[in-house]
Design a protein around this ligand. Structure first.
Ligand SMILES: Nc1ncnc2c1ncn2[C@@H]1O[C@H](COP(=O)(O)OP(=O)(O)OP(=O)(O)O)[C@@H](O)[C@H]1O
Ligand SMILES: CC(C)(CO)[C@@H](O)C(=O)[O-]
Length: 283
């Protein structure tokens, strides 16, 4: 009987980042910090004559939306000389700053590794996924973070750049108004100059410092869309720590009061910090 594997990889909300260009994909990526979240991508991989990808995305309303084809996943499988029928289910909207592309690559490669006996260790999966994200400009630091769990602090580009992972027991919540096109932003030297100048001086030692760094960065980076200003203002008025989901038109916030405030602006999705990286769910 032909084998099928199902794997999950967590998403990632980047609080702040700085692009770093190296000579190779391995040394290219970003420094920064972000939250690995319990919402991500589940990938089902079954060997097939030709590669096909069916993506279940989610609209802002939470309703599912089926899309067909993913250049990213086709390139990934092609680079290993294998072909498969792949189904990915993204728990949160794609393109809205939840690292769904990184999660899709990590989940698909984790499942493909099992199905095709590729013999990859966890670090090899992360390395290949990072190289693909960076070369396609769909992300910089999401793979490195999502390859493990927690609040991930990255002090160098690539998968070996994670200097610390913290696991605070915090209730998180997010509201999103939609996508920002990542390649246009991280591919723009002007935008990246301002982003670099906004990068915080201190490394966060706890969750509260991470939230402070994230908000200061968001304000100074020039990336905040007008649409999320009222949400940030309402959080500020209520003393709720909040910042922008990089790079999407949305807000993430922490604590008991966050869901009620965010629900005043759209669909508030409760989140937790995910304690682990990609894993096989079924084989
Ligand atoms: N769940 C998925 N399954 C398959 N391909 C995906 C998936 N999510 C993203 N992709 C591919 O990655 C491309 C870029 O996605 P993009 O980087 O905009 O999403 P994201 O990672 O959710 O966004 P962000 O970088 O803002 O967190 C998409 O056009 C699509 O081809
Ligand atoms: C560039 C980015 C903000 C969005 O993909 C993220 O990858 C990061 O933190 O490097």
């Amino acid at each position: 009987m032909e084998r099928t594997a199902v794997a999950f990889a967590p998403g990632h909300i980047s609080g702040y980042f700085r692009r770093i260009d190296g000579d190779t994909p391995r040394t290219t990526g970003s420094c920064g910090a972000g939250l690995v979240i319990d919402h991500g991508v589940t990938a089902t991989v079954r060997p097939a004559e030709q590669t096909s990808v069916v993506i279940t995305d989610h609209l802002l309303t939470g309703d599912p939306l089926i899309r067909y084809g993913s250049g990213l996943i086709e390139e990934l499988l092609g680079s290993f000389g294998v072909s498969a029928a792949v189904e990915t289910v993204a728990d949160l909207p794609i393109g809205a700053g939840f690292g769904m592309s990184a999660a899709a690559i990590l989940a698909t490669l984790t499942a493909a590794n099992a199905v095709f006996d590729l013999g990859l260790a966890e670090c090899d999966i992360a390395e290949r996924a990072h190289a693909l994200e960076v070369s396609c400009n769909t992300g910089l630091g999401d793979v490195a973070a999502a390859a493990g769990g927690g609040l991930a602090v990255r002090t160098a580009p690539g998968i070996t750049g994670v200097a610390a992972r913290m696991f605070p027991e915090i209730d998180l919540c997010t509201v999103t108004f939609g996508a920002m096109f990542t390649p246009d932003i991280i591919g723009s030297p002007d935008r990246m100059r301002r982003v670099s100048a906004a990068f915080p001086d201190r490394l966060p030692e706890n969750f509260a410092e991470f939230m402070e760094n994230s908000r200061q960065f968001a304000e100074a980076s020039g990336l905040i869309p007008q649409k999320i200003r009222p949400v940030l203002a309402a959080c500020d008025d209520a003393g709720v720590p909040a910042s922008m989901t990089m790079l999407g038109c949305g807000v993430f916030a922490a604590g008991d009061d966050a869901p009620e405030i965010l629900a005043g602006f759209g669909r508030a999705v409760p989140l937790k910090i995910c304690p682990h990286g990609p894993k096989i769910l079924e084989m």
